[in-house]
Design a protein around this ligand. Sequence first.
Ligand code: PRT
Length: 106
Amino acid sequence: MTGFTLSDLEKTIAERARSGDPDSWTAKLFSKGIDKAAQKLGEEAVETVIAAVRGDTKGVVSESADLLYHWLVVLGIAGVKLDDVLTELERRTGRSGLAEKASRKD
Ligand SMILES: N=c1c2ncn([C@@H]3O[C@H](COP(=O)(O)OP(=O)(O)OP(=O)(O)O)[C@@H](O)[C@H]3O)c2ncn1[C@@H]1O[C@H](COP(=O)(O)O)[C@@H](O)[C@H]1O
């Protein structure tokens, strides 16, 4: 299994956004703003759905990578940290830090 994480990609995206490099797709999306980034996110979501419905396994992998990258760009522009989303997901499992603390008190 790869050691590469969404957190690694989030850091790369933040660095590239700050770079202002004209060759950087990330910097371009950040300069265009939330409308363009959100549009790309929607397109990649639809392309992922189409690949899945067609049973195109390689397509699902490739489009999911596009989707997650553009999702992190949208999070970055929206000022939301990946960790905030993971914390919300953890809360839904009922195993969040607060739940654990509360259960230790019992
Ligand atoms: N993971 C990605 C990634 N996935 C997709 N893309 C880019 O997303 C863009 C849009 O994808 P599309 O399939 O829609 O391509 P398109 O049809 O040409 O796009 P449009 O016509 O809609 O403009 C392409 O230019 C892809 O290269 C990505 N660009 C960057 N990354 C990561 O971000 C890092 C920094 O990239 P730069 O900011 O470009 O330096 C890279 O090293 C990667 O780790």
